[in-house]
Design a binder for this molecule. Structure first.
Ligand code: PLP
Length: 413
């Protein structure tokens, strides 16, 4: 018998290992799993409770009123016009990203390194070639127009569509693209008719609230994926949304609906009803977003300083809740302990110091580059929201994480 080889998503496997160590009584600093620490706002929770008895299926594309609400919401925050017809709702953004890849019969998928763990496996499952575009610490882990151009020149084959999976603010780096950088990339995308899968799931968690959507710059071929998982603290609720170009080919729309109808039918109806409340751009939503950004920005800042002080190379975060740490300056020391690859590095750190990080190779970086992702979400987000409102002070919540960086520092130095 032969089966499709799909290793468990890297992030989930590590989370399970650190959970089992924690269960055996070991103190574990959990920097491995990138889940929002914040609860969804109360009025959104209430809307979910109220809709608990909604057991009907909705249309595959989602409740019409929710699609309209999401269109209005993103028109307002992203500053370009979106119609309800352009919005598709699904159980999470992952199935939407995967279906976008599956919707193209023959395609090559360009994936930056580092990038979110699932793009390359999704491309392979959709029977496309995944082509990595390497970046570097010095280039702030950004792909450049030149690197994109070169990858296309080298790998593009006639008769295949070109897709670029781009995610910013980024998992695993916490960095974003400026408008100027996006304009320069869009110029290459436009010239080569590349479809952009713009994964903007962390857009609303840009620490300064200054995200620029690629669709506002390259509207003709950008598919934006977003949803409630990160900004609304509702990953397990499973609600994602796709914003298609206004003049997307009807065949693409039909393929996405067809795939959705065969694979998931619709997003959970009670969650869609709750999402109607979440996507109301009122004072509560603004306040909730502002508070999260302040907490994440301040937490990211102190954690970043502590990581720098431990001697690692790491860029200051601009959004989301990740730092991509570069241990290469400790390569000789690590080699003297028999560590040559990031997997061994993360394994030793977890077993010897109780510090859970995710190896950069899970995100497409070379294992010998000795990088690892640190997610700074090991704190009680509900308490942080209350304290932050009361005293504009988030540091009490960063204490455990700072102890974790101290354990890392000790282990290294
Ligand atoms: N895209 C990125 C960059 C992510 O980090 C994640 C979750 O960690 C997802 C997509 C998955 O999002 P969803 O919960 O909407 O499927």
């Amino acid at each position: 018998m032969t089966f499709v080889s799909v290793p468990k998503s890297g992030t989930l496997a590590l989370n399970e290992k650190s959970q089992s160590l924690a269960a055996s009584g070991r103190p574990i600093y959990r920097f491995g799993f990138g889940e929002s620490p914040f609860p969804p706002p109360r009025h959104v929770q209430k809307a979910l409770r109220k809709a608990a008895l909604r057991k009907d299926y909705t249309a595959v594309a989602g409740l019409p009123e929710l699609r309209a609400r999401i269109a209005d919401f993103h028109t307002e925050v992203d500053g370009y016009p979106i119609d309800a017809e352009q919005v598709l709702v699904a159980p999470g953004s992952k199935p939407l990203l995967f279906n976008c890849m599956q919707a193209f019969e023959r395609a090559e998928v360009y994936v930056p390194a580092p990038a979110y763990v699932s793009y390359a496996p999704m491309a392979k499952l959709a029977r496309h070639q995944a082509i990595r575009i390497q970046t570097s610490y010095d280039a702030r882990w950004r792909i450049t127009p030149e690197a994109l151009e070169e990858a296309i020149a080298r790998h593009s084959k006639p008769g295949r569509e070109k897709l670029l999976a781009l995610n910013y603010p980024g998992n695993p780096d916490g960095l974003t693209y400026s408008r100027a950088e996006l304009l320069a990339l869009a110029e290459v995308l436009r010239r080569h008719h590349v479809w952009a899968l713009s994964d903007e799931i962390y857009a609303l968690l840009h620490h300064q609230g200054r995200h620029v959507s690629l669709a506002s710059i390259y509207p003709e071929r950008t598919l934006v994926s977003t949803g409630l998982s990160k900004w609304c603290g509702a990953g397990g609720w499973r609600l994602g949304a796709l914003i298609m170009p206004a003049d997307a080919p009807v065949e693409l729309h039909d393929a996405l609906i067809g795939l959705g109808s065969e694979l998931y039918s619709c997003a959970p109806t009670p969650v869609q009803a709750a999402a109607l409340a979440a996507y109301e751009l009122d004072k509560r939503t603004h306040r909730f977003l502002r508070a999260q950004r302040q907490i994440l920005s301040a937490t990211g800042c102190v954690v970043h300083s502590a990581v720098l002080a431990a001697g690692l190379r790491v860029h200051a975060p601009q959004g989301a809740f990740y730092l991509l740490c570069d241990f290469s300056c400790f390569a000789d020391l690590l080699l003297s302990r028999g560590i040559q690859r990031d997997i061994e590095l993360c394994d030793s750190l977890l077993t010897e110091a109780g510090v859970a990080l995710l190896p950069g190779s899970k995100f497409g970086l070379p294992a010998r580059a000795l990088t690892a992702r640190l997610a700074y979400v090991d704190f009680d987000g509900a308490a942080a929201l209350t304290t932050q409102r009361a005293q504009e002070d988030i540091l009490p919540h960063a204490k455990k994480m700072l102890a974790g960086i101290a354990a890392l520092d000790n282990w290294l130095n």
